[in-house]
Design a protein around this ligand. Sequence first.
Ligand SMILES: [Zn+2]
Length: 450
Amino acid sequence: MTSGEDAREGAREHARAVEKLQALVRIPTVSHRDWSLVDTDAFDRLLVELERQFPLLHERLELTRIPTHALLLRWAGASSERPVVLMAHLDVVPVEGTWQHPPFSGDVVDGSIWGRGTLDDKGCVAAICEAVETLLEDGFVPAQDVWLSFGCNEEVSGEAATLAVEELVRRGVRPWFVLDEGGAVASEAFPGVAAPVGVVGVTEKGVTSLELRVEGRGGHASTPARMGPTARIARAITRIDRSPMPASTPEPTVELFRRMAPHAPLPLRALMANAGRLGPVLTRALVAAGPEPAAMTRTTFAVTTLSGSPALNVVAATAKAGVNIRIMVGDTVAGVLEHVRRVVADDEVHIDVVEQNEPSPVSPRDEAFGLVETTIAELFPDAVPAPYVMMAATDSRFFTRICDRVYRFAPFRMTKAQRESIHSYDEHLGVDAFLDGVRWYRRLIERLPA
Ligand SMILES: [Zn+2]
């Protein structure tokens, strides 16, 4: 082939890869906590579409269907000694807000693919599958077993991921490392840092929810008693709000700052480079800088739901408040509960644990992390690879049961606006960014050591 033909063939391949992602975005696989409210037909269609788009992957990999619509696939490598798991999820969150382009259109406009799931997380599904499919076309055999785990309810429970873990346990598979969504090649990651940062999540906060409840006599609103259920709940809430848990800068965040330091404005450079030694100063600066930086330093409490009396003229017999807590690495569910009981300091306030998850252990930065890091450096030479603590939860937290090295990184360039569009409106992924992501997964698989 001439180089002109080569280029045209390459362009056709790229167009096909993009069309596949567009087709996945057009199938509205919205998950819901109550699975009876889910359009399961959409999930059925998505699985059919994947099979149509990636025939070799479906033919050559060993496929296990995980209830209800999740997939676990094994690509046999030259060795099964150090298996790796590449993860993504098939479900998306519902549509929010007003979009510039219809959320399930998958339209390509101004060099981007638009739609719910392009970033979270069908972009990863399509990029992983395209990487595997094209490697299979080339007759490539990975050095190690490569497992693909695609959940179907990440956004609501992650139950499919727990079942995938069960299946791996049953088969005696102990992954060398697991890679899921999470970080990205993030531009505008830190004020004044011009270089994009390739952030790889090495731990994630634990999500825990409490319900605070006060019971009373109720009665007519014309003769209220003092400190009724609503007043007590209100007092408990303000006490929690006024008493944050201690802040500190965890080790992965210190390392993140250390790596960004050479790219930071001069006045900040020394502080960031010496983040370890200057820990308390850095922590205070982060807490003062606003809710997002503050969340990097400590366990957070958000009172999200509130209820009292159903009628304006009836005193509440029960008042309730829901508290969503994100537990920082280093803190525990038990410690958080103790803190809440102590600051609320009211025996009339009953505290029920609705859900509890400890923060994930911090994954080491050894050979496997090095592999992820060098693949970032190769495909995104302008980016600074760095570990970080994830604020949000991913399906990969369940894999910490069977794997010490769980990393969270989606190999896509994302602007601040794009990161903010996740779970919000105007979610879109650059066409070139998507194709770079495909190349990144290919290189990662090619680089797996014997
Ligand atoms: Zn996601």
